[in-house]
Design a protein around this ligand. Structure first.
Ligand code: NAG
Ligand code: NAG
Ligand code: NAG
Ligand code: NAG
Ligand code: NAG
Length: 393
């Protein structure tokens, strides 16, 4: 009898742990708000299974090219949305963070329910950015109003703006789901911030986090605020780029000084007016003109877009003493002939990139997930029956 008891109690404990796993409460940083503005924001997404970029885009209602740009992943071509990323890959999802019922969050993601879905499996599909409970509450899912195959759900996704400022500099905040074996210090090191900064941003009194917690992570960013753009403003997190002007222009931060630089995207879209007026310079390029007294750095800079037209202007910076990095390495002005276009201004036919992973693996992994859940349920029923039997005998 004792032997049997020794055998069955660990199993019951294990069963309790298995059920408990779905009920763990997680912390999430919430920003109260009262205005109607929204801000650029990022979500951390650890892929729950192998997914095409286009599938991730559909899941979050974001354009595939914007996901590629946010992660500086591969060159964007017509085929790059079909690239498959492996399960557990870390991807940044660019979203707009708005203010809903006094809380910063994004409600623009709509999910269409499929046959085998549960609130927990949908939560898993979103990498734990939203809990099954939150999905149920927001969509009034209960016993009498269950999930319906083909029905749609609003997925509330956590985000923060904090005025896009951190420590006096521009920042974009990423909602980050803490992974197993991560600590605040490992996260700080990974994303170039500090524990004290993370504590301050999230209002933590203790520097401890648990897997599944959602913290707000400031990422240094560059802004167009000082660049005198017409009708446009933009904030880009360091390490990402953003497409604008009908995907003709891409802007990113220069890692040295976190200032914004915009260049032609090189995408296969028709783009006009990429050249500064009365010059041979294309947006984002520069040249050097030496005079007797100075060295002039002349740049063709992006200035926004209006009515389908890309605006640009020349910027002339004079240096009395030529700084090494500016004046000696750059081409001198008027050296480009119109035939040698350094940025590929004319629409290009895109080349296909080889697929790194086979397509079949995604279905298999979704199937494996379902199989695993089924087996766990079966195990639970089996253990439960054994438990009952134990008392009957
Ligand atoms: C709006 O919210 C900000 C901070 O969230 C607060 O400082 C301000 O007083 C609020 N304004 C009103 C009218 O509630
Ligand atoms: C993203 O896609 C939507 C719909 O497909 C389109 O209207 C929008 O212009 C796209 N945004 C960008 C930046 O390409
Ligand atoms: C379920 O939610 C509906 C609203 O969608 C509500 O009318 C109903 O009373 C709820 N039922 C239970 C059992 O909570
Ligand atoms: C910006 O990103 C680069 C790498 O992409 C990194 O080396 C640099 O330290 C980052 N700068 C800041 C201020 O975070
Ligand atoms: C740039 O500015 C310097 C002096 O400020 C001037 O001499 C030079 O002609 C300017 N160059 C252009 C192309 O405007």
């Amino acid at each position: 009898m004792r032997n049997y008891q020794q055998f069955v109690w660990p199993q019951i404990l294990c069963l309790m742990l298995l059920s408990f796993e779905y009920e763990v409460e997680t912390k999430s940083t919430i920003e109260a708000c009262n205005s109607s503005d929204s801000c650029p924001s990022l979500l951390s997404y650890f892929l729950p299974w192998d997914s095409k970029v286009s599938e991730i885009a559909t899941r979050f209602h974001v354009n595939a090219s914007d996901i590629l740009a946010s992660n500086s992943l591969f060159p964007i071509t017509s085929s790059s949305a079909h690239q498959i990323l492996r399960a557990k890959t870390f991807v940044k999802i660019p979203i707009f963070c708005s203010c809903v019922d006094g809380i910063r969050r994004s409600m623009s993601t709509i999910y269409t329910v499929r046959a085998a879905d549960t609130a927990a499996s949908i939560s898993e599909g979103y990498g734990g950015l939203v809990s099954g409970e939150q999905i149920k509450i927001l969509n009034s899912i209960n016993g009498s109003n269950p999930l319906r195959n083909g029905g749609t759900l609003v997925i509330p996704l956590p985000c923060t703006c904090f005025n896009n400022v951190n420590n006096g500099g521009t920042a974009v905040y990423m909602s980050y789901v803490v992974q197993i074996r991560e600590s605040l210090s490992s996260i700080a090191a990974k994303f170039g911030t500090t524990i004290s900064d993370l504590k301050a941003v999230n209002g933590f009194s203790e520097p401890t986090v648990d897997p599944g917690d959602i913290i707000s992570l400031p990422i240094a960013a560059c802004s167009s605020a000082t660049l005198k753009w017409y009708d446009e403003s933009m904030i880009v997190p360091n390490g990402s780029y953003t497409l604008t002007a009908s995907n003709c222009i891409k802007c990113s931060c220069q890692p040295m000084d976190i200032t914004m630089r915009c260049v032609p995207s090189g995408l296969a879209v028709p783009c006009y007016n990429l050249r500064c007026k009365q010059s041979n310079l294309i947006i984002g390029s520069e040249c050097v003109e030496h005079s007797e007294t100075a060295c002039n750095l002349i740049q063709c800079v992006y200035r926004g877009h209006r009515g389908g037209k890309i605006l640009s202007s020349m910027k002339n910076s004079s240096y009395l003493q030529c700084p090494d990095n500016v004046c000696h390495r750059r081409a001198s002005c008027w050296s480009f002939s119109s035939s040698e276009d350094p940025f590929g201004m004319s629409p290009k036919t895109s080349s296909s990139l080889p697929l790194p992973v086979s397509k079949a693996s995604q279905k298999t992994s979704a199937f494996n997930g379902r199989l695993a859940r089924f087996l766990i349920n079966l195990l639970q029923i089996f253990l439960f029956l054994k438990f009952i039997l134990y008392f009957l005998i």
